[in-house]
Write a protein that binds this ligand. Structure first.
Ligand code: WTA
Length: 667
């Protein structure tokens, strides 16, 4: 116990599967296979040095690879913390993702391969996608959407989601996509913050054979969204969805698309015009609307997609994320399509109808590149080898991981059993705010080590700082920072520039981006990500704010006070654990029932993804004498370190005694 304490500062990273112990033991290395290296998009180590010598020239060189209606006048303008890239340049992201390929051999190549959960499928070529996007752009214009207007999207993983995004992008209307697992209230708050005029949804989506009631959630949400003028509904489910269309406000997608012109020129956007807003959890109860702009984001996702996934023209690429998260934005839609790739989208759950669904998809479409999350990999490990072994996975040539630290054991399992020992593994670190991957192996160059995201990509200036802003020498750990801006960095928090500056650029100085992640760097300069150092949890790769869950809990009439921590979890990485004190009249129900009610309450308020795994009812919360909740103690309790048996929590003296012991040891 005492040892545990002395090695952790009060905001030390949670005990994710990437423990310091695991990391010290890790000495396995995997060099790029010779054959892979020979054919790789990047195989010359010199790219790192070249980028470091002159980052602006390096990024300008990358920017030359995308289409500009008008070339930029200036590569970068940096008034820390504010930055602009490719100033004066005019481009359009949808043009780069579609039109640019139509005059090439890719015209009739599959852009999107889609598989629905029930097994239905669709393939859209670049020509098809261009046509559908152009038509839907005209639909949006017909609904009064103009350049700069915000459009909310709340949809399942169906092709219309990608079409809707690209249509917004085509006409210069920033989209704000809300993951379909969020509650009506969460959707309402995001729509109101973005002041969106139109919302696009579907009558429902399939998830483990059940119907996600998306349209019903939208109805509930927009009852309190005065900015919404119209709602477009894709028919995905049909009669079984049992929805109501509101005359004058709601429109069927297929009816609006009937007979509409398929000609809609892409809007010439300024490089710094907004592209999209994506909400993510921060350390307060209010999610942050991360704003990305056009030119820099396009350059970031286009180049990193090609480098990290070593994309070659005939590859089928499958990213298992949901487009409602940044991974789907950057690496299902924008990065792959701007490279003319074939991107596979799957609607449903990995265990439906059985636990081999991903492997069945890999075999069926001969997938070459797979990008998934450690949480999923740990689930696959638990399900057993019989599932991947049922399928031919030999088409795979590269496999990637994203969203949370990957523990060496999961890395090795992925490498051996999915990658067949022959595929490079790319563990990619990045964030909603970074827009594109920043730390990752380059598969034709980097020797990987299981559990390490290896090195910052060319053009990225990362470091590890201690509390005082000194760079920590190799071999040590601290806070991951970025010391210079890159093209796809978020430009602001929508409507709250102060919060942006404060959250990311005040920890050290205005020219140092604070990631909120803890990391260690080994003797070879490899980065090992250790998890969040702030009040953000990472549950199954989803960012959830402890404060947001706490405020959902205290919103319940019988809750007096709540404290939430992330607890290490073998599959999810972290699980939400809440400590709750009830108001005196709240204790009139059996504890088990009350706990179930509170869990449901959180799921209703935020979404099922935030539902606490465990709730402890306690007579008091451990606080310091100055009134600060002792989260570290709570985490120790939740993880069973502070006391063997947490059921003793019902004893009102327990927490007080523990707190006293902690405080005494602290001095
Ligand atoms: C975590 C997802 C370790 C990290 C793209 C970061 C990772 C947060 C990795 C961002 C990785 C993401 N190794 N940790 N490879 N990738 N993270 O905004 O804590 O949903 O700050 O973006 O996920 O989550 P976000």
């Amino acid at each position: 116990m005492a040892d545990e304490k002395t090695t952790q500062s009060s905001n030390a990273p949670a005990n994710t599967p990437n423990t310091i112990e695991a990391l010290y033991l890790e000495d396995r290395r995997f060099a790029p296979p010779t054959e892979f290296r020979k054919n790789a998009v990047l195989s010359d180590e010199d790219i790192y040095a070249r980028a470091a010598r002159d980052p602006e020239a390096f990024w300008a060189e990358q920017a030359e690879k995308v289409h500009w209606f008008k070339k930029w006048d200036k590569v970068r303008e940096w008034n820390a913390p504010w930055v602009k890239w490719f100033l004066g340049g005019k481009t359009n992201v949808a043009y780069n993702c579609l039109d640019r390929h139509l005059s090439t051999d890719r015209r009739n190549k599959a852009a999107l391969i889609w598989e629905g959960e029930p097994g239905d499928e669709r393939v859209l070529t670049y020509n098809d996608l261009h046509r559908e996007v152009s038509k839907f752009s005209n639909v949006l214009k017909g609904l009064g959407v103009r350049k700069g207007d915000r459009v909310a999207i709340y949809m399942p993983m169906i092709p219309e989601l990608a079409i809707a995004m690209l249509a917004c992008t085509r006409i210069g209307a920033p989209h704000t996509i809300v993951f379909g697992g969020f509650s009506p209230e969460s959707l309402r708050d995001r729509i109101n913050d973005a002041q969106a005029n139109v919302v696009i949804t579907s009558d429902g989506g399939w998830r483990r054979g059940a119907i996600l009631p998306l349209k019903k959630n939208v109805d509930e949400a927009i009852a309190e969204c005065p900015s919404i003028k119209a709602c477009v509904v894709v028919e995905r489910i049909g009669a079984a969805a049992n929805i109501t269309m509101h005359e004058g406000r709601d429109h069927w997608w297929h009816e609006l698309m009937k007979g509409i012109s398929q000609v809609c020129p892409a809007e010439e956007m300024d490089s710094e015009d907004p592209l999209y807003i994506l909400y993510t959890s921060g350390t307060t109860a209010k999610p942050k609307g991360i704003l990305h702009t056009t030119g820099g984001y396009l350059v970031g996702v286009t180049s990193t997609f090609q480098w990290v996934f070593d994309y070659r023209d005939n590859d089928v690429y499958f990213c298992t994320a949901d487009i409602g998260w940044v991974t789907g934005h950057s690496y299902i839609v924008y990065g792959p399509l701007s490279n003319g790739a074939t991107s596979l989208m799957y609607e449903g759950s990995p265990d439906w109808p059985d636990k081999d669904r991903f492997w069945a998809i890999v075999e069926k479409y001969r997938v070459n590149i797979l990008y998934t999350a450690p949480t999923a990999i740990r689930s696959f490990m638990g399900w057993g080898l019989e599932y991947p072994r049922k399928h031919d996975l030999t088409s795979l040539r590269l496999i990637g991981s994203v969203g949370e630290p990957i523990n060496p054991e999961a890395w090795m399992w992925y490498h051996e059993h999915i990658g067949g020992g022959r595929c490079p593994v790319v563990d990619t670190w990045w964030q909603t705010e970074t827009g594109s991957i920043l730390i990752s192996p380059l598969p034709g160059i980097t020797t990987t080590k299981p559990g390490s995201a290896t090195r910052p990509l060319p053009g990225i200036e990362a470091d590890i700082f201690d509390e005082n802003g000194n760079s920590v020498p190799l071999g040590g750990g601290g806070y991951l920072v970025l010391k210079a801006p890159w093209p796809s960095i978020a430009r602001t928090i929508y409507g709250d520039a102060d919060r942006y500056a404060k959250t990311y650029f005040s920890r050290y100085s205005p020219d140092v981006y604070f990631t909120g992640d803890g990391a260690k760097r080994d003797k070879d300069g490899y980065y090992w990500l250790m998890g969040r150092v702030d009040d953000v949890m990472n549950v199954s790769g989803h960012r959830i704010s402890t404060t947001e869950v706490e405020s959902a809990l205290v919103n319940h009439p019988s809750v007096a006070e709540a404290a939430v921590v992330g607890k290490a979890h073998s599959i999810k990485g972290q699980a939400v654990v809440a400590f709750v004190t009830l108001k005196s009249d709240g204790a009139n129900m059996a504890p088990a029932e009350k706990i179930a009610e509170l869990k449901k309450h959180v799921a209703n308020k935020i979404g099922a993804l935030a539902r606490p795994e465990e709730i402890y009812l306690t007579a008091e919360l451990p606080k310091t004498r100055s009134g600060k909740i002792m989260r570290r103690l709570l985490r120790d309790i939740a993880e069973g370190r502070a006391m063997g048996d947490t059921t003793t929590l019902a004893d009102p003296g327990v927490v007080a005694r523990l707190r006293d012991k902690y405080e005494a040891a602290e001095q």
